[in-house]
Design a protein. Structure first.
Length: 253
């Protein structure tokens, strides 16, 4: 097995040149913004999708326009074998894997006393179990590359949102998983977690306006704010590991 390399690119305009990134749920919304930011940094980018094939095809086209290689693989993130096959396909396509972004997840509102066991299990399968299985599958390749894992947590994993108990608990578990990964897989792999607050795209309702008014920075976040934080962990010192970085405009203070 080759020695892992943690040497960073000297070209600051394309700090990820020659590297490969895999973004789960990269066809739409925040995942798409993350994929585009990594490609703008010079990385070849693979994305997973499940039901959003037209969006995945558009994202691949947009990634390729940034003069990088792009690849989409349909993945059932609830199925361990599908995850393993997808990671293998990405490595076969690009020859390496340097960065894994566990972005895909589910969000749902429900009163605590009304959450069913099926709802609980579905949220945990997407938000906690899938990043665990994806990390395991990618680990040998990331270890060989001296790579990085960046998980997408949530401010809800730090604060109890009473109508989102299953979501909040699943994200709190992902935060702990990130830190466990960071200790277990050091020094070859760095693992960090971006923790978005209220992130909006397009037209917003009154509820989002109220959140913006309560936020010290006086606005809600954007997908590009989250992508910039991911890019920091992807390009910053490999020595940084086990960190939870809130991208919330101070909403959690």
């Amino acid at each position: 097995m080759p020695e892992p390399s943690t040497t960073e690119s000297h070209d600051v305009s394309v700090p990820l040149a020659g590297k490969t990134a895999l973004v789960t749920g990269g066809a739409r919304r925040i995942g798409r913004a993350i994929a585009l930011a990594l490609a703008a940094g010079g990385a070849n980018v693979a994305i997973t999708y499940r039901d959003s094939q037209p969006e995945a095809e558009q994202t691949i086209s947009d990634l390729a326009a940034l003069n990088v290689d792009a690849f989409a693989v349909r993945t059932d993130l609830t199925d361990a074998e599908s995850i393993r096959q997808s990671v293998t396909a990405v490595v076969e396509e690009f020859g390496r894997l340097d960065i894994l972004v566990n972005n895909a997840g589910l969000f749902e509102s429900a009163a605590l006393e009304e959450i069913t066991a099926e709802q609980w299990d579905r949220i945990f399968a997407a938000n906690t179990r899938a990043p665990f299985l994806m990390g395991q599958a990618a680990y040998p390749h990331l270890r060989a590359a001296g790579g990085r894992i960046i998980n997408i947590g949530s401010l809800g994993g730090m604060h109890p949102w009473v109508t989102h108990a299953h979501y909040c608990t699943s994200k709190a578990a992902l935060h702990m998983l990130s830190q466990n990964m960071a200790k277990a897989w050091a020094p070859e792999v760095s693992v960090n977690c971006v923790v978005p607050g209220m992130i909006v795209q397009g037209e917003v309702g009154e509820e989002y306006v109220r959140f913006a008014a309560k936020t010290p920075m006086q606005r809600n976040g954007t997908a590009e704010d989250v992508a910039a934080a991911v890019l920091f962990f992807a390009t910053g010192p490999h020595f940084i590991t086990g960190q939870l970085l809130a991208v919330d405009g101070g909403l959690g203070l």
